[in-house]
Design a protein around this ligand. Structure first.
Ligand code: NAD
Length: 320
């Protein structure tokens, strides 16, 4: 078995690598060559979440599982709230091939998913990026978005205003002006809005968002979380990584439960990538990507790390 530790990932996997790997696996999912297994996710108490995301990609030769979760007390320990490890298996023999640190990979593959949606669905002339959320993921999200559109400025809101400097600092790193605004101001100005919070009640309401906006809703990955009002969700044309997961644990859970949309109204982004479903159809359409985070994203990103580590002689071999 090969071991690729967390500390090597930053040098092995670039945001561009993650983008390409995630786009390929979304395409494979939509064509039926790859599928995710049901997610296991358990509340451990005190806000801690732990679970498994797994899947098989026949075309990419991937079988494996990401084990990990969300541990809100970690911020006080100086480590990310998300903790995860990816295990890759040989799809033919079932033998464990590799153990890969999954923390940075999670942020990269999540930001890649959102950027793929922005690249495919946002208006080409989008100039203002709106950020709802200023946690660990937000910086990765902003950087990835800036690779697929030429934004001129960033506006942001966060439930905990003391975290806003992360957005200001990331915008500065990208050479973009940043302004902290209220949610009405954010919706009135932004062409693209990324929501990436752990909220359990909607922040962004239907009245906040104007026609033509693209939303990448990335925070809701568990039953009970919610970032946008169900009426806003239902007003949009909705895309997702995986429809079953979107309805079960994604942002769609609320609009579906309220009877405002049906599962059949949601399009896998892989179908847009494959050219079998249309993306944005009009400048005034609201498009929304419900990014729930699928196991195959983790496996695809981990596979890049393993390949690079092997090429550079950096993977440690451990006998099982
Ligand atoms: P974090 O703990 O670093 O930050 C949490 C964010 O949520 C902060 O902006 C915080 O202010 C905000 N928040 C907390 N309580 C809130 C409330 N009641 N109302 C509004 N906002 C609130 O977390 P993170 O690592 O940045 O992750 C953010 C979210 O993204 C989490 O829900 C996480 O589970 C999810 N996530 C999703 C994927 C995916 O693939 N879709 C991947 C990784 C993380």
């Amino acid at each position: 078995m090969l071991v690729v530790p967390e500390r090597l990932i930053a040098d092995l996997v670039s945001p561009e690598d993650a983008f390409a790997a995630v786009e390929a696996v979304f395409a494979a999912m939509a064509s039926g060559a790859a599928y995710n297994f049901p997610v296991v996710r358990e509340a451990l108490g005190e806000g801690r979440q732990y679970g498994f995301k797994s899947g098989l990609d026949r075309s990419g030769g991937l079988l494996g599982v990401k084990s990990g979760g969300y541990f809100p007390g970690n911020a006080g320990r100086g480590i990310p709230n998300h903790q995860s490890t990816v295990f890759l298996f040989d799809p033919d023999s079932g033998q464990l091939r590799a153990t890969v640190g999954g923390n940075l990979l999670t942020a990269l593959r999540t930001a890649a998913a959102s950027a793929i949606s922005i690249g495919r669905l946002a208006r080409p002339d989008a100039k203002v990026l709106g950020m709802v959320g200023a946690g660990h993921q937000s910086a990765f999200q902003m950087r990835a978005a800036a690779r697929v559109r030429t934004f001129e400025r960033v506006v942001g809101w966060n439930y905990h205003p003391e975290m806003l400097p992360r957005l200001a600092d990331t915008a500065a790193e990208l050479g973009l002006p940043f302004e902290a605004v209220d949610l009405a101001g954010l919706g009135a100005q932004a062409d693209v809005i990324i929501t990436v919070t752990s909220s359990t009640a909607p922040s962004l309401m239907d009245t906040h968002v104007r026609p033509g906006t693209h939303l990448a809703c990335m925070g809701t990955d568990t039953r009970g979380k919610q970032e946008v009002e169900a009426a806003l969700f239902a007003r949009a044309r909705v895309f997702t990584d995986e429809v079953a997961q979107s309805v079960a644990i994604g942002e769609a859970q609320h609009a579906v439960a309220a009877g405002l949309i049906a599962e059949a109204d949601i399009t896998p982004i892989g179908a847009v990538i494959n050219g079998t479903a249309p993306g944005r159809r009009a400048d005034d359409e609201i498009t929304l990507f419900d990014g729930t985070g699928v196991g195959l994203q983790d496996l695809a990103a981990a596979e890049v790390a393993v390949q690079r580590a092997v090429e550079r002689g950096l993977a440690s071999e451990v006998a099982l």
